[in-house]
Design a protein around this ligand. Sequence first.
Ligand code: TYM
Length: 332
Amino acid sequence: MNRIFSGIQPTGNLHLGNYLGAIRNWVKLQRDYECIFCIVDLHAITVPQEPAALRAATREVTAAYIASGIDAEACTIFNQSTVPGHSELSWIFSCITPLGWLNRMTQFKEKAGKQRDNAGLGLYAYPVLMAADILLYKGTHVPVGEDQKQHLELARDIAGAFNRRYGVEYFPLPEPQIFGTATRVMSLRDGTKKMSKSDASEFSRLNLTDGADAIADKIRKAKTDPHPLPEAAEGLAGRPEAENLLGIYAALTDKTLEATVAEFAGAQFSTFKGALSDVAVAVLGPIGAEMKRLMDDPGYVDGVLRRGAEKAGTMAARHLREVQDLVGFLRP
Ligand code: TYM
């Protein structure tokens, strides 16, 4: 059985990178896999969150999944904290994960920065919890953006370490699914920096709830360079902003980067930006409108999460009992 598990942190400012790198691919894959899509609130609190904002963001991410085309009946959608097995399996995995593996994680180094000694244990253990998320459901495939690749390699290593320790073939080694022309969408203000929820500048990202005017404004102000667009993809070398904007256009229109470069060969940025705004509004506009409609109906959203938590919880409990037996926990 092929089973997808993936998730997004409810930390606000859901953006185009989350959509193109993750959610859009989930929509494409949902017919071919059993799918579990999580709102990872336990991960969110690895950095401080205001409780009311966390609750609101949990509903917002749920709304984004549904508004983007995830079938809430066929897929399991739930928030992580409703299923205690995530934390429990994470502890078991913590006990078989060498510190050396965690010390290699670049995301921790970036997030902890120079304040390493002040960073929380949760931030450090973050990728272990992520492995537990996937493996609690024996997930086989994990569609994510490029930035999660290292965490998924760790999840495979942890699955292998558990199987070896207990002499079983219990956990599958989950496969990353990183595909499309926008696996790493960059900031609109700096083509060398990832588009991110936590960037202080609103102009660095297109939010899924941005209206047409905001989208056009942000694209108009997006950083460029002084040259016309290149004639061929090789001409994008050393031009990160041009590459990023053309990549976004390609992803939004389901074209290759090469075809997009050919379409705008020699054009001025101003012409291209007009076309980019139009496709961004055409794709994001309806999603944002549907998200707002759903967020005005928290009863419906909570119902989806409640049903998802029940489905996820049942499977999680079964797997966790099997794991506890393998580990040697007595269940008197
Ligand atoms: P998060 O919340 O940071 O991001 C959610 C998803 O969006 C993708 N993404 C991007 N893709 C392309 N370009 C970007 N600029 C960009 N920014 C974000 C991420 O790759 C991700 O797929 N650790 C995860 C959440 C998580 C998870 C899991 C994922 C927790 N447990 C288990 C998969 C399986 C995270 O922080 O995602």
